[in-house]
Design a protein around this ligand. Structure first.
Ligand SMILES: [Zn+2]
Length: 238
């Protein structure tokens, strides 16, 4: 009489190979959502950088407008004071008004210098914002490509997984029901590796030295023997 394990070893090994592949496919599938989330957060960071540069450009442009407005107001003031000069009666008042006009003109030449400086700042900020925009567009493109790739991988892995599970069910169905159930229970707990070959006197899966009596029982093959340490189904390679 063939022992249960010898009789079913080929089917068990086939099922184990499928379960290992199923386990690997699950691991790969589990990684995809977090990789996609990582990609998304990197892209969001880049978007924040890009927005910050746009904002700093706008701030400088606003500062420029304010200075230009201030300059224009002071020029109106100078014109108004210039007009008043002809109506002045005393030398003292005339000198005071001239003094005021000179002071406004001095302010304006400082303002003009400042404005020229801000023009340069605007140009530099525009250039920086333009470069960042280009960079952001190219990063967005490559991220989208990578994301699409991952979605494709996810789909093909799911297809592969469904196929493997079907094959696995077919294999396990060839085992005596009790053995099939035992095998499935262990495979589930042991990440698809329910079998352990006996190598020398140890379980090759967990390296535990096996008791001589246990080894005899495995050799006898009248019943399924599991490792007392890792609970895997033990067998001898013929
Ligand atoms: Zn073991």
């Amino acid at each position: 009489m063939l022992s249960p394990i010898t009789q079913n070893l080929d089917v068990l090994k086939k099922a184990q190979q499928l379960d290992s592949e199923i386990h690997r496919a699950h691991l790969l599938l589990e990684e995809i959502p977090s990789e996609r989330a990582q990609l998304k957060s990197e892209l969001e960071l880049e978007k924040i950088r890009s927005n910050e540069l746009e904002k700093s450009l706008k701030d400088i442009q606003l500062k420029l407008k304010e200075k230009e407005l201030e300059l224009a107001q002071k020029e109106i003031q100078i014109k108004k004071l210039d007009g008043q000069l002809s109506q002045i009666k005393t030398n003292k008042e005339y000198a005071a008004l001239q003094q005021e006009i000179a002071s406004l003109k001095a302010d304006n030449s400082l303002l003009e210098e400042g404005i020229i400086h801000i023009f340069d700042e605007v140009d530099a900020a525009k250039e920086e914002a333009r470069k960042e925009k280009e960079k952001f567009a190219s990063i967005t493109k490559s991220f989208q490509d990578r994301d699409n790739e991952m979605v494709g991988q996810e789909k093909s892995l799911q297809g592969r997984l469904a196929d493997l599970k079907k094959q696995r069910e077919e294999s396990v169905a060839q085992l005596p029901p009790e053995l099939g159930e035992l095998y499935s229970r262990i495979a589930l707990k042991k990440q698809g590796l329910a079998l352990a070959v006996v190598s020398g006197e140890v379980c090759a899966a967990c390296q535990m030295k096996l008791r001589p009596q246990l080894i005899n029982e495995i050799r006898l093959g009248e019943q399924i023997i599991v490792c007392e340490n890792c609970s895997r189904i033990l067998y001898f390679e013929n």
